[in-house]
Design a protein around this ligand. Structure first.
Ligand code: SF4
Ligand code: SF4
Length: 449
């Protein structure tokens, strides 16, 4: 077992961490898939309003990857296909039947798993709609069926506040995890690296023998791209695959039961949450139902997927498979109080040492979505380079990307960027470096695809 020390990064200490007990939520009246939050996916719909579907019926196919299907997380009647700007598909909603029917894919046991052909196994996972849980570096798109990855990374935890804790979601699921991991070993046909924060190692004794990397450090030390950057020996490893710990459980369950899994463990947390907790809920559940009992007051924003790497999720939206974090944050006052610049900032959450809070002992604090200032020119403070976990000079990469100097931005390490968002968070000039870097990476990906 290797220990990797990640020196850069930043740990945002927020109030509202989830309690370790898991609350099982009641079955919602409807579930949905939300294509607008599925990165890279271009849906070709195969259902319309009024169609009857089972759990596991195809709702749409990714136009870019024929054969990659997205399946219904519930059985019932398609009640809405809502479209956003430029007719992008927002949600496909299914009103659930009292008794739900399942599409059957046929279970496989351990013996069959050892005998099945590698590509047949991948095809089975693709047909079941779970293959997109396996992603490929450096662009983080769904893994290519025909690729031979040099390695596969499984990250059990996620330091982006807040995500389910491994000792909580793995409790009682050790055998299922072993099965899912073996399936991935067969599908990738490559070494599998399982990583975990060192402080969590004692809490998951049952799987200790499967952990290959313990890491120490701040967000985003858990990220497979960061671990790869610190451990790789050759450029060929840049195309490694990765998956989350809960993704392994979902794949394992699908193969063992031959049916699409319908539940996942997630956290409802953050400074705006009334009762921060872990919950066991339906995949595709409505956000309003997940937050029942703490329906956010006006002025609270809901973020799906973590504070840094998540996306805003309106209350009429739903959570996709693999989205296991719902964080409530205050929007923040539109206009700051008069003479705010004169206030000492005893409670301010900030990376810079401008505020009094940086001289008090570290503790969890609240935070809002307000950026507290407008866009200004770069002042060359170097904060962004100081936090970047993969040693990029974000300000130079950003300038090259803005000028569409592709070669120069690549030479600065654009492809090593793990899209953690820390550079944008710490920038005192409020420059959205992440958005520009992400667009540049996607443009380059489109060019070479
Ligand atoms: S450039 Fe910014 S978003 Fe990319 S890894 Fe560095 S800090 Fe994170
Ligand atoms: S943190 Fe912002 S202002 Fe400071 S060097 Fe980076 S881009 Fe420039």
């Amino acid at each position: 077992m290797n220990t990797v020390h990640i020196k850069k990064g930043y740990q945002l200490r927020l109030i509202g961490a989830p309690a370790a007990e898991v609350e099982v939520l009641p079955r919602p009246a409807r579930v949905a898939v939300v294509p607008e939050r599925l990165r890279f996916v271009k849906p070709r719909l195969t259902v319309k309003v009024g169609d009857r579907v089972k759990v596991g019926s195809v709702l749409f196919e990714d136009k870019r990857h024929p054969g990659v299907f997205y399946r219904s997380p519930g059985a019932g009647t398609v009640s809405a296909v809502s479209l956003g700007p430029r007719r992008l598909v927002r949600h496909i909603v299914v009103d659930l039947d009292e008794q739900e029917a399942f599409e059957e894919f046929g279970p496989i046991d351990r013996g069959e798993l050892e005998r099945i052909d590698r590509l047949d196994l991948i095809d089975r996972l693709m047909a079941g709609g779970l293959w997109p849980l396996v992603r490929e570096l450096p662009f983080r798109d769904a893994a290519r069926r025909e690729a031979r990855p040099p390695a596969l990374f499984v990250h059990l935890d996620n330091l982006d506040p807040f995500h389910p804790l491994p000792p909580v979601y793995l409790r009682g699921c050790e055998d299922l995890f072993e099965f899912g991991l073996r399936a991935l070993e067969r599908a990738a046909d490559a070494p599998v690296n399982v990583s975990l924060a060192k402080e969590n190692a004692a809490a998951i004794n049952g799987l200790r023998s499967r952990i290959t990397h313990l890491y120490t450090g701040n967000y985003p030390a858990h990220d497979p791209g960061v671990l790869l950057y610190r451990t790789k020996r050759s450029a060929a490893e840049n195309h490694s695959w990765f998956i989350s710990g809960q993704g392994v459980l979902l794949l394992g369950q699908f193969l063992q039961e031959g049916r699409l899994p319908t539940e996942q463990t997630l956290v409802i947390a953050g400074p705006g949450a009334q009762t921060p907790r872990h919950v066991r809920a339906r995949i595709g559940a409505p956000i309003a139902a997940l937050g029942a009992g703490e329906v956010p007051a006006a002025g609270i924003r809901c973020v799906a997927g973590g504070v840094f790497s998540g996306q805003p999720a309106p209350m009429d939206s739903f959570l996709n498979a693999g989205e296991t974090s719902l964080v409530y944050l205050a929007e923040g006052a539109e206009s700051p109080p008069a003479f705010r610049w004169m206030l000492p900032g005893r409670e301010a959450t900030s990376y810079s040492r401008t505020f009094l809070s940086s001289f008090t002992s570290p503790r969890d604090r609240s935070m809002s979505c307000n950026r507290h200032g407008g866009l200004r020119a770069c002042i060359q403070c170097g904060f962004c380079a100081r936090v970047c976990p993969v040693d990029i000079l974000p300000q130079l990469t950003y300038k090259a990307a803005l000028a569409e100097e592709v070669e120069e931005s690549l030479s600065h390490g654009l492809l090593d960027c793990v899209e953690c968002g820390l550079c944008a968070f710490v920038c005192p000039s409020k420059i959205d470096l992440l958005e520009t870097l992400r667009r540049a990476r996607e443009a380059y990906y489109d060019d070479i695809a």
